[in-house]
Structures are given as C-alpha cells and as structure tokens.
Design a protein around this ligand. Structure first.
Ligand code: 5GP
Length: 306
C-alpha cells in the first residue's frame, strides 16, 4: 500500500531530521564534546527512535577520534557485532561487551606518560613495532639495551643493542648503571642503561623501553609513573607461526621461547594497557598515543591517523 502524498512528504521530512540528529551525535563524539560510551548509553535508555539508538554501531565507532574504518571493521568483528547493527538493536550481551570495550578505551585515552614500557611474548612483534616508532617518531628515545648474547646477522653494536661480555655486564650492575636487568629465556642477560633515560626525561623527551616481562615489573617498581603496555598476538597460532617463520632460532631454542611465551601471556593482566598487534603501524600508533609528546607532534600524529 502506498501512503498518501502528504504522509510521504512528512515521512521524508522526518527521515531528514533523524539523519541530521544522528550526524550531530557523530559530530559531538568526533569533536570530543561527548564520549562514544555516553552516546551508546543514551541509545540504550528505551527510546528506540532516539538518534543514538538508530545510529549504526559502525558509525559510532568510526566517529571516535583516531579510529579508521579498517580498525572499526576489525573491532566489530572481535566484539562479534554484525556490520549492520544499530546501537539500539544490540542485545543485552552485546551491549555489555560494547560498553566494556568503550569504557576500557576511554580509560586508555586518559593514560599518558613520558616513560612507556613495551613488553609481550616472544615473536609478537615488539621489535617491529618499536622500529616503526623509531622511524616515525624520532622525538621519542628508544632505549638501547645491553646484552650478553651475540649479535644476529645485520645487528649493529650501539644501534640494536650494546653487545657486552659477562664481565662488562657484571660491572654495569655493580656500578648501578642499569635501570633493570634480567636473564631472558634462561640464557642471556639483558639490561636497560639508566643514564640515557634520565637525560631524556630531564629534557622532557618521551622514552620507550622494549623489554621482557621481568624487566617491565622492575621498571614499574622503581618508576611507578611508567605505563606498561602488553603487546598481544591476534591469536596463539599466529604467534607460533611468527616464531617459526622468523627462522633465527634452532628447534630447541624455539621450544624454549614458546614455553616462555605461554608464561608471559598469562601475565597480561598485570599491565596497564593491552595492544593487539594486527597491523604494525596501528599498534605503533596506539603505543605512541600513550606518550606525552610535544603539542605539535601530537597534532601531527592525529593527522597521520585520520
Ligand atoms: P632478542 O634476543 O630476541 O633480541 O630479545 C629477547 C628478549 O629480551 C625480548 O623479549 C626482549 O624484549 C628482551 N629484552 C631486550 N632488551 C631487554 C632489556 O634491556 N631488559 C630486559 N629485561 N629484557 C630485554
């Protein structure tokens, strides 16, 4: 049955008004005038015609500053929300899942520190993420660790690590030159030289440490203002694939590292923030977002994300 012309005109007008109201909600979220969580909760108040209720979840997430469409698709997939779903059309369970995700993200948005520690299981891609940050954010000091292990092909002393002898490592410990140190994978020792970090922090620079779990705990104990980030693989299978695929370790060493990875994964809840490494540049951006950067840099970083 076709509605009479008058009704059709009224319906078209109402549709335009509804679209405009939804656009306003998105705009407010994009301009940080209200949070996405606040908008979602308004959509769950019972009025099914409210603009927040008729807004698609995808559109709500896309309006959050710093989240692009690719990431939104991945987030919705991981939350188990279909692409066409509207905020008001979510069931009780999906509302709880989305609400939790949004409030966690907001808590993350408030975290900022000059000292960020990136840890996570072996082969998760910590090195690739920190290299990406070094290349795109030269204003961040990427700490260079000292280690007693031998250089791998292509690794340069003073760039990737300071390769030192056991005696030299002992001396650094004795002279209190290390902020933290640990024996990793039951084999070699690794430690963070303290003087460059103090100097950078004194100058107002942000510092990134890419270290193991034991080291991260020590840093938090000495410098509680540090933000600890745990980098996660998309799945366990992917982690195993990355470890084997790297081909730099023999079978026994691979097995040892997988054992360590299992223990390390179990510690993820001790961390302030978890970042899933689906895509290197996205994960790197999430880490950089936690750092206090000079205003111009933060603006550049936001523009880069948009
Ligand atoms: P790789 O031998 O693959 O370069 O590094 C092995 C592990 O040592 C990685 O998990 C890495 O994060 C950790 N690591 C590197 N530098 C440090 C450091 O200075 N302190 C601690 N505690 N761990 C480190």
């Amino acid at each position: 049955m076709t509605p009479p012309p008058v009704d059709r005109a009224a319906a078209a007008k109402a549709a335009v008004a509804a679209r405009r109201a939804r656009a306003e909600v998105k705009h407010d979220v994009a301009e940080r005038r209200r949070t996405a969580l606040d908008a979602a909760e308004a959509g769950w108040q019972g009025d099914v015609t409210a603009p927040e209720a008729t807004l698609r979840v995808r559109e709500l997430l896309t309006s959050i500053p710093g989240i692009g469409p690719t990431r939104v698709a991945r987030i919705m997939d991981s939350l188990g929300i279909a692409d066409s779903k509207r905020v008001g059309g979510l069931g009780v369970r999906q509302r709880a899942i989305l609400g939790d995700w949004l409030s966690q993200r907001e808590a993350k948005g408030r975290l900022r520190s000059r000292l960020v520690v990136l840890a996570g299981p072996t082969a998760v891609g910590k090195g690739t993420v920190s290299t990406h940050i070094r290349e795109h954010h030269p204003e961040v000091l990427l700490s260079i660790s000292a280690t007693t292990r031998k250089p791998r092909p292509g690794e340069i002393d003073g760039v990737h690590y300071y390769f030192v002898t056991d005696e030299e490592f002992d001396r650094k410990i004795r002279d209190r030159e290390l902020l933290e140190y640990a024996t990793v994978h039951n084999s070699y020792r690794y430690g963070t030289p303290r003087p460059p970090i103090d100097a950078a922090l004194d100058k107002g620079r942000s510092v990134l440490l890419e270290i193991d779990l034991q080291g991260a705990r020590q840093v938090k104990a000495v410098m509680p203002e540090a933000v600890l980030v745990f980098l996660l693989p998309p799945t366990w299978e992917e982690l195993v694939r990355r470890l084997i695929g790297r081909g730099t370790e023999d079978k026994a060493e691979q097995q040892r590292r997988l054992e360590t990875a299992k223990i390390e994964l179990a510690a993820q809840d001790e961390f302030d923030v978890k970042v899933v490494n689906h895509d290197v540049s996205e994960a790197a951006q999430e880490v950089v977002d936690l750092m206090t950067l000079p205003a111009a840099q933060s603006k550049a970083a936001r523009a880069h994300k948009a």
